[in-house]
Write a protein that binds this ligand. Structure first.
Ligand code: CMP
Length: 140
């Protein structure tokens, strides 16, 4: 199996409730290593650029406003099959449909305030990681 990296964002609903450490513990206990991390606040323009693949979706405007409404923690997670593993750890987009023990089931509030984002493929991960981090900022 290949060592892989994925981009994760702990979203404003989670930073607001001060549960970033609990979420990081879930990543680490499941075998992912946090190899880069920073707390930041996205501008509306950054959120729009990051989520541009969703520009045609009905929720795009609200999503970008929400993602720029408070602090986020952006991070690079590394591990065997990190992209797929992180999607398992997060659970379904809508917390109501997420499996027991997943981050979104345990922490998510609703389909928008779902506590975490994770890349959906290795190709997306490469694009999303470079959106936030230079190679020298990622220390394995
Ligand atoms: P994320 O994995 O970050 O990818 C896109 C985000 O859009 C998603 O998580 C949710 O936070 C948000 N979103 C809001 N409404 C919907 C919806 N109806 N379907 C999918 N994603 C939604």
């Amino acid at each position: 199996m290949a060592l892989e990296r994925t981009l994760s964002i702990i979203k404003p609903d989670a930073t607001k409730r001060n549960i970033t450490g609990r979420i990081n513990a879930m990543f680490e206990e499941a075998g992912l290593r946090i190899v880069a991390q920073k707390r930041t606040r996205l501008t509306l323009e950054q959120a729009q650029a990051f989520y541009d693949v969703h520009a045609e979706r009905s929720f795009y405007g609200e999503l970008c406003e929400y993602m720029s409404s408070g602090p986020v923690v952006v991070q690079v997670l590394e591990g065997e099959n990190a992209v797929a593993l992180n999607r398992e750890i997060m659970g379904a987009t809508n917390p109501a449909n997420a499996g027991e023990g997943t981050v979104r089931k345990e922490m998510g509030l609703n389909v928008q305030e779902n506590s975490v984002h994770g890349s959906d493929s290795p190709e997306t991960a490469a694009r999303e990681i470079s959106f936030f981090f230079g190679e020298v900022e990622i220390i394995a």
